[in-house]
Design a protein around this ligand. Structure first.
Ligand SMILES: Cc1ncc(C[n+]2csc(CCOP(=O)(O)OP(=O)(O)O)c2C)c(N)n1
Length: 667
């Protein structure tokens, strides 16, 4: 049924199972967002608030769904769900301040409109990208399931958002894991200007539930009683029998996508027909006809709400504009934590890098009851590199979790778990595949703490690197994609002892950490590694060799290439293993360059836009007077990484390393 075929002439209410008090409660809740919006539209025209996404015509969905949940249950609204925020009783001045970028809002002026969350009200707001909301809900719901709280999580999407891959991944994972999630799709006929007919071809969005093996229902989204009754019934049932349910709410957007964009593309006739089905006017008329609502009470309610709006608006307008300092802005990019530094002491054992990673994961699971590990093939199979071998047997299926091939929604879920106070480690099977979950890494994990103080207690394990003849999609060193993004920490150990200690720090850290593990180093050598738990602080490079003629700065495989070259040379060289790339130990680099006057920066990744380029820039800005030779960068060729042995050898930086060292020493 297309929207134009909908019967839009009236709404049939069935109030049999709802008492009068509840009917009036729902009325008051329904009127409130409408009255706020009417005020907002005036203020928008006066240029007093920024962008506005109207939910006029769709209020019954936000209000009905929210009213059916307990306040302790998480709800994840989208850009048109003002009714969620008002039904959860957020003080209006805080919403108004948020929209004006003021301090009493939820983002210290750092994000606009509905782009915020608040743990105080169990509301988790969206990032602009729409679809990721659904995966975040999965993570929250997984947390509820693991803790056996019997709570439901409700998440919204528009019809347009259902075209995104995130929607499919989220529904698939929710179904496979039987997560207690209500997927609430508001089908308002358009995604911006694109009608549903150009967005998907199935008749109803609810039909998609069949493909994921989940129950789905079509609900008249303009009928508050139908929304409230059906959702209440489902919520009760899901609390007892956890499972995802897909709900399609048929509705219509009565104003432009955002106020500035208008509704020219919508046929006038359609507008008129849906206007007849206005959720507020119809419900009001029903309550009046049935005698539940008198004119007196209606007027009183509206007066009360308008008074509240005006009072809170004044408070928001009176609040001073947000200003900040550079120091305050920088201080809010990462959640502060005082690391518990544990020095390595006691017995050691000879193990490989892969064993060190596994040991550290084991200790993490033992030390943190709220830690789970997720990834493809990591449970019974032990992961493709066997880093998680044995963990399932020791810690069980609830903590060592196999995932479908859904990088995006799994990384979104890791954020949801963090919201619900559960730490997670996600194994990317190969670091190359993080591209399929790139958005949640750089936009959710990296930015949420700065935006609304929600940290992402997540470690992403990134098996990376070339030298194993694996071709362009299983060989990349893609750390520079992430060192570029404020909010992420990036670690790249070269030795088993460092891998163990740095992983312990990564697990303890409440911020998102990308932990790079070079595949060719997993099993290539042994090192004496401290048996007991210990940590290695981030931001501390290791000076592996000391000399006064040249500084070599490198990390990961580069460390081993440099060690090999230096073995057959008599040169007096400082060799710095960075170990962590973000935070970067610039002091160790500068101190060495000031001593030697010559510097070579070595990385496995191709040069342009990589770490070596930025380190080079930092050195020239901070140590220029000390340099006796040009800064030299050595890295991979500016090509994808080829498969065949000879081609790969030509690609890799170690082929050009000796010549570069000799060039600098004789400069
Ligand atoms: C990934 C992504 N692509 C494009 C956009 C731009 N955009 C914002 S809202 C929107 C339309 C969304 O339509 P729908 O999901 O149906 O929700 P509605 O706005 O109708 O409530 C678009 C295209 C975006 N925010 N994110």
């Amino acid at each position: 049924m297309s929207i134009s075929e909908c019967n839009t002439s009236f709404i049939e209410y069935n109030s049999k199972k709802i008492n009068n008090k509840q009917l009036l409660y729902l009325y008051k809740r329904l009127v409130k967002p409408r009255l706020i919006e009417e005020k907002m539209l005036i203020l928008l025209r006066q240029g007093k608030i920024s962008k506005w996404f109207s939910g006029i015509g769709q209020e019954a969905i936000s209000v009905g769904v929210c009213a059916a949940l307990d306040k302790g249950e998480y709800i994840l609204p989208m850009h048109r769900n003002l009714g969620v925020f008002t039904t959860r009783d957020i003080p209006l001045y805080r919403l108004f301040s948020q929209w004006q970028g003021k301090r009493s809002g939820f983002t210290k002026g750092r994000d606009r409109s509905f782009h915020f969350g608040t743990q105080e009200f169990n509301i988790i707001g969206m990032i602009s990208h729409l679809g990721p909301q659904l995966g975040v809900a999965n993570g929250i719901a997984l947390g509820e399931l693991l803790r056996k709280t019997n709570k439901v999580t409700a998440v919204f999407s528009g019809d347009g958002g259902t075209s995104e891959g995130d929607f499919h991944e989220a529904l698939n994972v929710a179904a496979v894991w039987s997560l207690p999630v209500l997927f609430c799709v508001e089908n308002n006929g358009y995604g911006l200007s694109t009608p549903s007919s150009e967005q998907f071809v199935c008749e109803h969005i609810a039909d998609k539930g069949i493909g994921y093996g989940m129950d789905s229902y079509i609900i008249d989204g303009n009928n508050i009683l139908e929304v409230y009754s059906k959702v209440s019934e489902l919520v009760k049932s899901i609390r007892k029998n956890p499972r995802p349910v897909l709900l399609e709410f048929k509705t219509f957007r009565m104003r432009g996508h955002e106020e500035a964009s208008g509704t020219k593309y919508v046929p006038h006739r359609l507008m008129e027909r849906w206007a007849m089905k206005d959720p507020v006017e119809n419900y009001q008329a029903f309550l009046r006809e049935t005698g539940v609502l008198t004119e007196e009470v209606e007027v009183e309610y509206k007066k009360e709400i308008v008074h509240e709006i005006n009072l809170h608006l004044k408070k928001a307008f009176d609040e001073e504009k947000t200003i900040s300092t550079v120091a305050d802005e920088l201080a809010d990019v990462y959640k502060k934590s005082t690391p518990n530094v544990v020095e390595p002491t006691g017995a050691t054992q000879k193990i490989r890098l892969i064993d060190a990673v596994r040991n550290s994961l084991y200790e993490g699971l033992k030390n943190y009851e709220n830690l789970v590990i997720m990834g493809q093939d990591i449970a019974e199979y032990g992961g493709v590199f066997k880093a998680t071998e044995g963990l399932l047997e020791e810690f069980g299926k609830e903590r060592v979790i196999n995932t479908p091939i859904c990088e995006s929604t799994i990384i979104e879920s890791s954020f949801g778990l963090s919201i619900n106070n559960i730490k997670s480690i996600v194994e990317l099977q190969f670091s190359d595949f993080v591209t399929s979950g790139f958005n949640p890494v750089v936009n959710l994990l990296a930015k949420s703490f700065y935006r609304w103080a929600q940290h992402s207690d997540v470690v992403l394990r990134m098996p990376c690197g070339a030298g194993i003849e694996a071709g362009p999609f299983h060989s990349q060193s893609n750390e520079a994609w992430f060192t570029k993004t404020p909010g992420l920490k990036v670690v790249f150990p070269a030795f088993p002892q460092d891998a163990k200690g740095l992983m312990a720090t990564a697990i303890a850290d409440p911020n998102p950490v990308l932990f790079f593990e070079h595949k060719a180093l997993y099993r290539s050598f042994y090192q004496e590694v401290t048996v007991d738990y210990f940590t290695i602080p981030f931001g501390q490079a290791a000076l592996l060799k000391e000399g006064d003629r040249l500084t070599i700065v490198t990390y990961g495989m580069g460390v081993h290439w440099a060690l090999k070259e230096l073995k057959s040379m008599t040169a007096s060289v400082d060799l710095i293993d960075l170990r962590t790339l973000q935070p970067l130990d610039t002091e160790t680099i500068y101190a060495s360059v000031r001593k030697t006057g010559r510097v070579l920066i070595l990385q496995e990744d191709s040069i342009f836009g990589g770490l070596a380029s930025d380190i080079s820039a930092l050195i020239s800005e901070n140590c220029f007077e000390y340099l006796d030779a040009p800064i030299k960068r050595v890295g991979g060729l500016e090509t994808p990484i080829p498969f065949a042995k000879a081609l790969e050898e030509d690609y890799l930086a170690n082929k050009r390393l000796r010549a570069a060292i000799e060039f600098l020493l004789s400069y």
